[in-house]
Design a protein around this ligand. Structure first.
Ligand SMILES: [Zn+2]
Ligand SMILES: [Zn+2]
Length: 524
């Protein structure tokens, strides 16, 4: 069937039909009736996706989500806090993912993708309202000495009210206005740049750029805390983190409600984040002289045989040291933009488009360009990130004489597999879309569900809630005899999509279908 068509041609057709071009095959066992099928799951539904149709669909969903909450007129209904079906489903998926990962590792395969999926699942589980992670590594928050606690910056503080809604204003004509804000925040300058690359690379502060990128999401958290404290209400936001041309992350944020500009500037200027991690001033081990692992003891100094301090011990030392300084302090740069937006105006719509415009652009795209200056710039930043610890579990801590949190054999400085060190991320490994909990009444999963429900209704099929316990999912290894060639699988999906579309067109022609724009019909 796919024989006469080259892979690229099939991919083009698939793209035209909005069909995922990198589907992930999973073997699904229906435990009710025992049936086993290989199902193609769209890549965008599992991992970070570079597949154009999935990227487009994700962008559309994000836009819908952003629009939904920006100018909300009534308080969102709070979700119950007790674990529900969804959470249980996530935990089971997490257990499966762990099992697959271990299987792949045993077979000597590359576990990078599965590791990333596990991290994402843990985050999702946390966001779904469960504390800690499923392996129970919740050793409790460390209590720091008062001196080290992040001080609240000197800012005016309003009495907190419980609302998440912004104020409204009534014009002289009696019309009610619901203003909100759109802000863009950047990091400071590390040296002058021209067309996305430093004019003088030797004087560009790569070390600072690397650390700022690594801890950027913490700075954003601080900003939101300060914003809420000053605003005096439970400010909600929808934000995206995107790469600037100079390869530093920056932030676009839609904020529900409004504050005086001067106050907002004051908050931005006063916001900072201190990284209280052990010092990396002195390189203790490098080259052939690296810490060695000993079962039952951990990592040892290769010369003296002394056991290196564990992560917790290193933090305790830091707490007891009166003269200790934070490893790094981040602040925002002077470049910022604040706009006022009114609900339902073309401006609001345009900004929503803008927010999601670069979501699929990776920070590391510059590495692939023909622009040699930018390419060299990206390479230097990558090099600066190589030995920079990205997290408490980063193997790079060994270079500075500290055992990483959760140390295990086989770790070596400069060989961390964390996202932050990768060319696609250039230091920023956090989420690209940040949405506060009470932004809208819906989670992204529910927005997806909305679309699904609509399609099924359009087709006249009942939208039965899927029991997450009904199916057991297993990975399908490449070369599995049951796995059809990718060309055949793509064409099957195109055919399926075509059938749906025809059916919907018929319904609409009959006047039975819901009224949809062409974009919405395509997205479904
Ligand atoms: Zn895809
Ligand atoms: Zn790392």
């Amino acid at each position: 069937m796919a024989q006469p068509l080259a892979r690229e041609v099939v991919e083009e057709i698939a793209k035209q039909y909005g069909v995922c071009i990198r589907p992930v095959p999973l073997r699904r066992q229906d435990i009710l009736i025992g049936q086993v099928e290989v199902i193609d799951v769209p890549c965008g539904a599992t991992l970070e996706s570079k597949c154009p149709p999935c990227a487009k669909r994700n962008r559309q969903l994000r836009r819908a989500q952003c629009r939904e909450g920006w100018h909300l007129e009534a308080e969102p209904v709070n979700l119950p806090d007790n674990p529900d079906e969804y959470q249980r489903h996530l935990v089971e998926l997490r257990a499966d993912a762990q099992a697959w990962r271990d299987e792949v590792e045993k077979a000597g395969g590359d576990t990078t993708d599965l590791d990333a999926a596990i991290v994402e699942l843990d985050e999702e589980i946390n966001r779904a309202g469960m504390r800690g992670n499923v392996l129970g590594r919740t050793s409790g928050k460390r209590s720091r000495s008062t001196k080290r606690r992040q001080d609240a910056p000197d800012l005016p503080k309003r009495q907190m009210t419980k609302t998440t809604l912004g104020r409204t204003f009534t014009g002289s004509d009696g019309k009610v206005y619901r203003p909100s804000m759109f802000i863009t925040l950047t990091l400071p300058s590390y040296g002058r740049v021209l067309e996305g690359a430093p004019i003088d690379p030797d004087r560009y502060d790569y070390a600072r750029a690397a650390r700022d990128a690594l801890h950027f999401s913490k700075l954003v958290d601080r900003f939101v805390q300060n914003l809420r404290r000053v605003a005096g209400y439970d400010v909600q936001y929808f934000a995206t983190v995107e790469p600037q041309k100079r390869l530093a992350p920056h932030l676009h944020m839609a904020i529900r409600g409004t504050l005086p500009r001067a106050e907002l500037r004051q908050i931005i200027a006063a916001t900072y984040h201190q990284v209280w991690w052990p010092s990396t001033d002195h390189v203790r081990f490098e080259g052939d002289c690296l810490p060695v692992w000993e079962d039952g003891a951990g990592y040892l100094d290769p010369i003296t045989g002394e056991v290196l301090p564990t992560w917790d011990q290193a933090l305790d030392q830091l707490d007891q040291d009166e003269d200790a300084q934070p490893l790094h302090v981040l602040r925002f740069g002077d470049q910022l933009d604040i706009q006022s937006v009114l609900a339902g105006t073309p401006d609001a719509d345009q900004l929503i488009q803008y927010l999601s415009k670069y979501l699929t652009k990776s920070l590391g795209d510059a590495l692939g360009t023909d622009d040699l200056r930018r390419k060299a710039h990206a390479e230097r930043l990558l090099e600066a990130l190589r030995f920079e610890p990205c997290s408490p579990t980063c193997p790079n801590w060994l270079r500075y004489g500290v055992q990483p949190k959760g140390a295990k054999p086989g770790m070596a400085p400069g060989r961390c597999r964390g996202k932050a060190h990768k060319p696609d991320h250039l230091g920023y490994a956090g989420r690209r879309v940040l949405v506060s909990r009470k932004w809208s009444n819906k989670t992204l999963t529910e927005h997806k569900q909305d679309r699904r429900t609509w399609v099924l209704e359009a087709l006249g099929l009942p939208d039965e809630p899927v029991d997450p316990h009904r199916y057991v999912w297993r990975p399908v290894k490449p070369g599995d005899p049951e796995l059809a060639p990718i060309g055949v699988r793509l064409l099957r999906s195109v055919h399926e999509r075509q059938r749906w579309r025809n059916h919907m067109n018929q319904l609409q022609a009959l006047g039975d279908g819901p009224n949809l724009s062409a974009t919405e019909a395509r997205a479904a």
